[in-house]
Write a protein that binds this ligand. Structure first.
Ligand code: TXA
Ligand code: MG
Length: 351
């Protein structure tokens, strides 16, 4: 299959281009498009055959459900059994934006979308190109991240093409995604709201609005545990390199201590003949003379926005081992650690 690539300028959306992409979606095709979090791979959520193409292209396990994207809050009523008050509040206050909510589904959602669960995740993205494409399609759009399953989520059209060129109908290039980490997944189908995946909308933003929010440790599960969100059990974001997160053991550890530790780790790995990568964090790690050094930026927002691109670059540059000092402690860094620990398969060096 030839994958068509079109460019849509976020600041001046060409309606003719948006409707080209919309028509591919409404006629059963599969289109990758940018959102404010990561690129999504979309298909008509009400068309099981179209949704199946997403699973095939990504190599996604059939028991991992998809998020349905809408361009209008009014659409949600048709997709769910009932809209409880907390859902109403979250939609009014945080949509369009980086939070997906899980509710009991209506019959309009085919089983393939919800992977057989009685619930469905729904989100209204704030990216103007995503909104224009979904609106033009006239259908609710099921869209997981537009990567091969297990690879880092794509934050540019080039990442999408690297994984899916020749496997999908169209890629809409709308530039680099601003947030860079996937949406918060908030389960509102039970008695107490639960964050199944941390993201841009944090529990302290939600609690004043909807009261108690559970935020279970989003660490990898032990064998035999049943995850509430099927996606949590799969290995994610795994680069070929062995990733080690380097963190402070306690408040007594200084940033200099972390910096020295990264330097020593790099030296040791290079002596072992390894090609070493460092993902610098607020400059820490930049002076470690790594073979591949990527600047993670000065703020957690910058770090989150660049994390997946960095993991892809380490692979491209053939790093065998990557050290990632992590020195952010604000609320967004919870979402960052969730992804980074998965990429590191839980390997954390405390200094
Ligand atoms: O930011 C995002 O959410 C991006 C963009 C494209 O919108 N999408 C995304 O989708 O990250 P995906 O499929 O890569 O991740 C969806 C996560 C998975 O972990 C999945 O298991 C979980 O949400 N999920 C979806 N529906 C669910 C449901 N009904 N119950 C529990 N978990 C669900
Ligand atoms: Mg994904």
């Amino acid at each position: 299959m030839k994958t068509k690539l079109i460019y849509i300028d976020t600041d001046h959306i060409d309606p003719a281009l948006a409707s080209q992409a919309g028509m591919v979606l409404s006629s059963g095709g599969v289109v990758a498009f940018p959102t404010e979090t990561v690129y999504g791979l979309g298909a008509n959520a009400c068309d099981s055959a179209a949704v199946k193409k997403i699973f095939v292209a990504k190599g996604r396990p059939a028991d991992n459900p998809l998020i349905v994207h809408v361009a209008d809050i009014a659409e949600v009523e048709r997709l769910v059994y009932k809209i409880p008050e907390p859902a109403e509040l979250v939609m009014k206050n945080f949509w369009p934006g980086p939070i997906s909510i899980i509710l009991k589904k209506s019959d309009r959602i085919p089983d393939i979308v919800s992977a057989g669960l009685p619930t469905v995740a729904i989100r209204m993205p704030s990216h103007p190109v995503a909104m224009a494409v979904i609106r033009a399609s006239g259908v609710p759009v099921a869209a997981p991240s537009a990567n091969i399953s297990g690879r880092p989520s794509p934050t540019t059209a080039a990442h999408v093409l690297a994984d899916l060129d020749g496997k999908i109908d169209m890629v809409v290039d709308g530039g680099t995604c601003g947030i860079g980490l996937e949406s918060t997944v908030l389960d509102l189908s039970g008695d107490v709201p639960v964050i199944l995946r941390p993201g841009g909308v944090t529990s302290s933003m939600l609690m004043p609005l909807i009261g108690e929010v559970k935020c279970p440790q989003a660490e990898p599960l032990a064998d035999g545990d049943t995850p509430k969100s099927p996606g949590m059990k799969y290995r994610h974001y795994s680069p070929n390199a062995d990733v080690y997160v380097v963190e402070k053991e306690s408040q007594a550890t200084s940033e200099n201590d972390v910096s020295r530790a990264v330097l020593d780790l790099c030296k040791k790995s290079r002596r072992q003949g390894k090609r070493v990568g460092v993902l610098a964090c607020r400059g820490i790690g930049k002076d470690a003379a790594a073979d591949v050094c990527i600047d993670g930026g000065e703020t957690s927002d910058e770090y989150g926005a660049g994390l997946f691109a960095a993991l892809r670059r380490f692979d491209e540059q053939g790093a065998d081992i990557v050290y990632a000092p992590m020195l952010f402690y604000d609320e967004f860094s919870y979402a960052i650690r969730n992804r980074l620990y998965k990429a590191a398969r839980g390997k954390v060096i405390k200094v």
